[in-house]
Design a protein around this ligand. Structure first.
Ligand SMILES: Cc1cc2nc3c(=O)[nH]c(=O)nc-3n(C[C@H](O)[C@H](O)[C@H](O)COP(=O)(O)O)c2cc1C
Length: 351
């Protein structure tokens, strides 16, 4: 048996184990697979979520949405609240500190189309933690309990929670928080296996995720540094998690979701889509960013996605053209330059 064959048969054995566990389910929603696209403020907007779904994410989560009702008409929140036409289950993530405000925001978002409410207790950003929201909440277990109970009793849709493993390595309390969540009626939990203090540095503590999985009966999604089908399999195996969440690794290569989902389900590699499909995906993604935000804002927000796509796809692009695509203030020109480059360099048919 070759190394490749034995790797594949090991993967197949694990895949069969996962299949035996059954599909990932949140409330009455049975997910198509075990791969979730991470909430990422400034990234997982409506156009990005559409691309992730199209390329195999079994669940996508909105960018975090503030619980403050006075900000609902701000430009940023208005875009985040646009859920029109999204397929179920529509997950909206809320961020805040006050139980009553979060409960009322949950009700508002359910009326606005949310079918699952996720609470953010994982964000380490200074701007968020300064207000004692996001992962800063993990330091106050009583408040966590109050928030979760308030939100769960305010809505008749599943409430889920996203956490880190604690606020610092000295105060890791993910297992306690998970038990509070389960007792409060939270129906699924995602854990980014780092503390707030660790931000994005250092190794992910998959062992802590495994301890949480062992301690509670609600479905657990493992998150942190998953960037390949093999890594996903190893993390699923090492944590016994019910699903895997992918954030940064899918930027510029959303087809990773399907690759990972197929590998977990069958132990086989799904080839990435043909060059023409990838080129069309990129062109359509940029077009939909321009359409969703309007060309002025859209052109700026498209830049980082274009950069990620080009970085992942090592096509020889001249520095001048790269600069022109990322600095032009003309949305139509941005689309045209990108399209000409991608289709031209691949010698493809226009979409
Ligand atoms: C740009 C960016 C924005 C993020 N925004 C959010 C957010 O709004 N809500 C949240 O729960 N986590 C947020 N995260 C954390 C991710 O959901 C995820 O937990 C983290 O990136 C680790 O996963 P990864 O290693 O697969 O990227 C963000 C991460 C990044 C890189």
């Amino acid at each position: 048996m070759t190394v490749l064959q034995s790797r594949k048969s090991i993967a197949t054995v694990f895949s069969l184990t996962f299949l035996a566990q059954g599909p990932m389910q949140i409330g009455s929603y049975i997910l198509a697979n075990k791969v979730v696209a991470a909430p990422m403020a400034g990234v997982s907007d409506k156009p990005y979520r559409k691309v992730c779904r199209a390329h195999g994410a079994g669940l996508v989560v909105s960018e975090m949405v503030t619980s403050r009702s006075d900000l609902r008409h701000s430009t940023k929140t208005k875009f985040r609240l646009d859920l029109a036409g999204e397929p179920e289950p529509v997950v909206v993530q809320l961020v805040g500190t006050d139980p009553a405000m979060l409960a009322s925001a949950a009700q508002f978002n359910v009326e606005n189309g949310a079918q699952i409410i996720d609470i953010n207790m994982g964000c380490p950003a200074k701007k968020v933690c300064k207000k004692a929201a996001g992962s800063a909440l993990l330091a106050n277990e009583t408040l966590v309990d109050e928030i979760l109970k308030a939100v769960v009793s305010a809505v008749n849709v599943p409430v889920t929670l996203k956490i880190r493993t604690g606020t610092s390595p000295a105060t890791r309390n993910a297992v306690t928080i998970a038990k509070i969540a389960e007792d409060s009626g939270v129906q699924a939990l995602t854990i980014h296996g780092r503390t707030r203090e660790c931000k994005f540095a250092g190794a992910v503590e998959y062992d802590t995720i495994a301890r949480v999985k062992h301690a509670v009966n609600i479905p657990i999604t493992a998150n942190g540094d998953v960037d390949s089908p093999e890594k996903a399999l190893a993390v699923m195996q090492g944590t016994n998690a019910d699903a895997i969440m992918i954030g940064r690794a899918a930027q510029g290569q959303p087809w990773l979701f399907k690759q990972v989902a197929d590998y977990l389900a069958t132990g086989a590699y799904h080839p990435i889509p043909a060059a023409q499909v990838r080129a069309n995906t990129i062109i359509e993604h940029v077009r939909s960013i321009h359409e969703f935000y309007g060309e002025g804002l859209g052109i700026r927000l498209a830049r980082k996605h274009i950069k990620w796509y080009l970085n992942h796809w090592s096509l020889a692009i001249s520095p001048d053209l790269k600069t022109q695509i990322s600095t032009t203030e003309d949305a139509q020109l941005q689309r045209q330059l990108l399209k000409d480059f991608l289709l031209g360099s691949l010698n493809l048919r226009a979409a």
